[in-house]
Write a protein that binds this ligand. Structure first.
Ligand code: SF4
Length: 88
């Protein structure tokens, strides 16, 4: 039996995991919140790069469906909540 979503708060999966087929998801960075700690880079270095001056560069904005779990991990691991996932 499926749990009542009104009691569980609805679908708890990350936006990337819930993405409807054909929808492209992308990474959104709030540069005002980012402190350049580089945790995201350690999780997905092909998407994130922290420069020598501490600035975060997004190397790839569109999320490859095969990478959704790792990107979700990077988003959840960011200590300043500077990352989120949105639709393109
Ligand atoms: S983990 Fe968060 S604070 Fe650290 S570099 Fe990445 S986006 Fe910035």
């Amino acid at each position: 039996m499926k749990p009542d979503e009104s009691l569980t708060g609805g679908d708890q999966r990350c936006p990337a995991a819930r993405q409807p087929e054909g929808t492209q998801m992308r990474i959104i960075v709030d540069h005002d919140k980012c402190t350049g700690l580089g945790i995201c880079e350690s999780i997905a270095e092909e998407y994130f790069e922290v420069a020598d001056d501490g600035a975060l560069h997004l190397l790839q904005e569109q999320i490859d469906p095969a990478d959704t779990e790792r990107i979700d991990d990077a988003v959840r691991s960011c200590p300043t909540q500077a990352l989120r996932i949105g639709e393109s």
